[in-house]
Design a protein around this ligand. Structure first.
Ligand code: SR1
Ligand code: MG
Length: 399
């Protein structure tokens, strides 16, 4: 077992040579630290021709975007690598390939995705990837079905619930999604012009009760091995390709959390587009984003039902009609978690480029207002929005 130390650029090259599985390891000569997320170091490793060949990612023992005052478990690297390996087993086409990992160093080596771009950045620029939503729905269906009680042996499922118990990372989500946006909190950040709207969230009893229910289900519904942080910044896209990365928030939780997080990020982009693009381009891009929302859900739902019909192993859960009934519960959760993602990304700590890139402060406040009101509507109306058409209609009504 190696002892933990924080990697330098040279360490990362050395490590990639040893564990990258490259035929000519000595051709790897340099690296660049490119991590722009909140938590980790990420090194791209280059060969002599300056071609990026492989990625080395290391967890730091604290939250990178805050500093050493917020310590964080290194075990998240094990969770990330093992979740991605399991998701890769069930959905290899859309899961980044983990080539090697070392729990003691909290390091993993993974395939280079330089031929791809981060989906969020592309959405901010108004660049469309018509196949991405169907592929994301496929990833969600495959990973969530195959790790659930529909498919897993009950002993294996229970062992995996223990193996993927992830208290520190779940605690971040529990605070950032379900508590802080509904309190006065030093980590919150939103346009001052929206103070009264945000203050109303704190005193809205019906909303707070719904959020309590969503948090309770997040805490206790061990339905499937979630990615735990499915947002457009954790998804690489290229022409006809989509790869999900960054599963350190993985744990056994409610399926609707992953699906709702995915839809919530698409809808944040929808709300932000008028602040990012000229009016005609923004209108076109908004329609495409709504298509993405529809396609992601449909691809997930159809994929899940097809897998359930064909591959359910549990005799009781295989009873005709049960999978569809369960999917209706996932839909209601999806709407609720989608709403909490919209609110936590605009009121809470984890702001996103879709909003941050908007230059005009008045426009930014208007886009954030839309995201907050849409989030609130979805949380409150989750039990009454019957299907994807009704969701799209609600989004349009919101503005
Ligand atoms: C302190 S971590 C803040 C956020 O960044 C991650 O990507 C997760 O979304 C988390 O909520
Ligand atoms: Mg991440």
């Amino acid at each position: 077992m190696s002892q933990y130390r924080t990697f330098t650029a040279a360490d990362a090259v050395e490590y990639a040579r040893e564990f990258g599985g490259i035929a000519d390891p000595q051709s790897l000569v340099s690296s660049q630290e490119i991590g722009d997320g909140n938590l980790n170091l990420v090194f791209k490793i280059f060969d002599r021709d300056d071609v990026s060949r492989i990625v080395v990612k290391q967890a730091l023992p604290y939250v990178r975007c805050v500093g050493e005052s917020w310590p964080l478990t290194l075990d998240r690297a094990r969770i990330e690598a093992e979740v991605l390996q399991i998701h890769g087993q069930f959905c290899p086409a859309h899961t980044v390939k983990i080539l090697h990992y070392d729990p003691a160093l909290a390091v993993m080596v993974m395939e280079d995705l330089s031929s791809h771009a981060i989906w969020r950045g592309e959405q901010v620029k108004g660049i469309d990837y018509p196949q991405a939503a169907a592929q994301l729905g496929e990833y969600l269906a495959q990973t969530l079905f195959h790790t659930s009680d529909f498919y897993q042996h009950p002993y294996q499922k229970k062992a995996d619930v223990i193996r993927f118990t992830n208290p520190e990372l779940c605690d971040i989500t529990e605070e950032l999604f379900f508590n802080e946006p509904y309190e006065v909190h030093e980590r919150n950040g939103y346009p001052r012009a929206l103070e009264s709207l945000v203050a109303q969230l704190r005193t809205d009893d019906e909303l707070r009760q719904k959020v309590a229910g969503l948090k309770h289900r997040f805490l206790s519904n061990a339905e499937a091995l979630l990615h735990g942080d499915v947002h457009s910044g954790s998804i690489f896209v290229a022409e006809n390709s989509l790869k999900v990365i960054d599963a350190e928030f993985g744990f056994y939780g409610p399926m609707g959390f992953d699906v709702g997080s995915a839809l919530g990020n698409l809808l944040i982009n929808y709300c932000a587009l008028p602040g990012l693009l000229a009016p005609r381009e923004a209108a076109d891009a908004r329609e495409k984003r709504l298509d993405d929302v529809r396609t992601t859900w449909q691809s997930f739902a159809e994929g899940f039902l097809a897998l359930a019909a064909e591959k359910t192993r549990d005799r009781a859960l295989a009873y005709p009609g049960y999978a569809a009934e369960f999917l209706a519960k996932v839909w209601r959760d999806t709407l609720g978690y989608c709403g909490t993602e919209l609110i936590r990304r605009t009121v809470g700590m984890s702001q996103v480029a879709d909003i941050k890139t908007i230059q005009d402060e008045v426009m930014k406040a208007e886009c954030v207002r839309q995201a907050i009101t849409l989030g609130r509507t979805l949380i409150l109306a989750a039990d009454h929005v019957e299907n994807i058409d009704a969701l799209i209609a609600r989004v349009r009504q919101n503005g």
